[in-house]
Design a binder for this molecule. Structure first.
Ligand code: ADE
Ligand code: ZN
Length: 351
């Protein structure tokens, strides 16, 4: 048995995956047909003649950090354009069911036993989608996956940080009605000049109401060290319950000690970072986080718009980058189970 065998067989937990980032070109094609609309794909005005053409376009999605010239800005499809262009195909309960079920089925093939997918409610309600259609579609898929695929889950509603704190609060209040299926409140989208502190009021309320709370602090973002500091120490009194990404923790001893000292677990998505930073810089930080004793969950982020790098690939990459032994990978997998917000019975079944 070699390394990849171990990673393939491992019962997995995935705690950083955007459900909208799992919309495959095949599913986008099917939904376009369902609604009688052209299968468009971010940025470009091109219409696609076949599902194969659509899939080829997915392989060329770039990170905005890779755009250097006006010509590139005109011709390349960025992650943001690609990701958000998929939203318009999600209209009915059936669409949300298909989106979630498609991910759960893929997750089952990768031996994912528990996951906490993010969803971007504001990106759907703003287009007139009814809460009931979105949530009941998710719920039906969640129940089917749990019963038929042995893939268990809880949802995390992400606040879009580029929208207003008022919009965040309105959506939070709606989410309360689905507290039986939503375990946590997160923070995603464009991070520039949008520190987590802007959403302090929602976070404080969410903790009081019994939700878990987390936030993205993505790589390569200006002010990320200050964002991490807020997440790890001040928001909602003592800081959040988890840190999504936060790789730059490893840049400063002060931050490393803060995160390790407060035992803030982190979700780490190696392939997403490799799209914008060098291999060595990521590898070095990964090892520093592990050696500091920080719990981490290796995850895929938005795999369809990141070269179809799913959780298994991210685990293999993490092992190579961090130079982790098989025993250390098992330790990482165990810490992912431990840091998850699964019910004790589910945790016990995976471990
Ligand atoms: N929404 C979906 N994927 C995201 C990412 N990687 N960063 C920020 N917001 C996102
Ligand atoms: Zn993310």
């Amino acid at each position: 048995s070699n390394n990849s065998d171990l990673i393939l067989r491992l019962p997995k937990v995935e705690l950083h995956v955007h459900i909208e980032g799992t919309l495959t070109p095949e599913l986008r094609w099917k939904l376009a047909q369902r609604h009688g609309v052209p299968p468009r794909f971010g940025g470009t005005e091109a219409d696609f003649e076949s599902v194969q053409d659509l899939r080829k376009a997915h392989d060329n999605v770039v990170s905005s950090a890779q755009i250097r010239t006006p010509e590139q800005a005109r011709t390349l499809v960025t992650f943001s354009q690609a990701y958000y262009s998929g939203f318009e195909y999600l209209k009915t309960k059936n669409d949300f069911f298909d989106l979630a079920m498609n991910y759960f089925q893929l997750a089952a093939t990768m031996n994912v036993r528990y996951c906490e997918p993010f969803f971007d409610a504001q990106g759907h309600t703003s287009r007139g989608v009814a809460w009931e259609d979105m949530m009941e579609g998710f719920r039906e898929a969640q129940e089917r996956a749990s019963g038929e695929l042995n893939v268990h889950s809880s949802w995390i509603m992400c606040i879009l940080r580029d929208q207003s704190p008022e919009s965040a609060m309105d959506h939070y209040k709606e989410a309360l009605r689905y507290k039986d299926m939503i375990i946590g409140i997160g923070l995603d989208s464009n991070e520039l000049n949008r520190p987590p502190n802007l959403f302090e009021e929602v976070y404080t309320l969410a903790r009081k109401d019994g939700f878990k709370i987390t936030a993205h602090c993505d790589v390569g973002v200006e002010d990320t060290h200050e964002h991490i500091r807020q997440v790890a120490s001040t928001i909602a009194g003592t800081g959040l319950d988890r840190l999504d990404h936060g790789l730059h923790v490893a840049d400063e001893r002060r931050l490393l000690e803060l995160v390790a000292g407060r035992s803030v677990p982190m979700t780490i998505c190696p392939w997403a970072y490799l799209r914008r930073e060098t291999y060595d810089s990521i590898a070095e930080r990964l090892r520093l986080l592990f050696d500091a004793g920080i719990k981490m969950c290796i995850s895929s982020d938005s795999p369809v718009y990141m070269d179809e790098s799913w959780v298994t690939h991210n685990l293999l990459l993490a092992q190579k980058m961090g130079g982790f032994t098989d025993a250390e990978m098992v330790q990482i997998a165990r810490s992912a189970v431990d840091m998850s917000w699964a019910k004790p019975a589910v945790k016990k079944a995976i471990d």
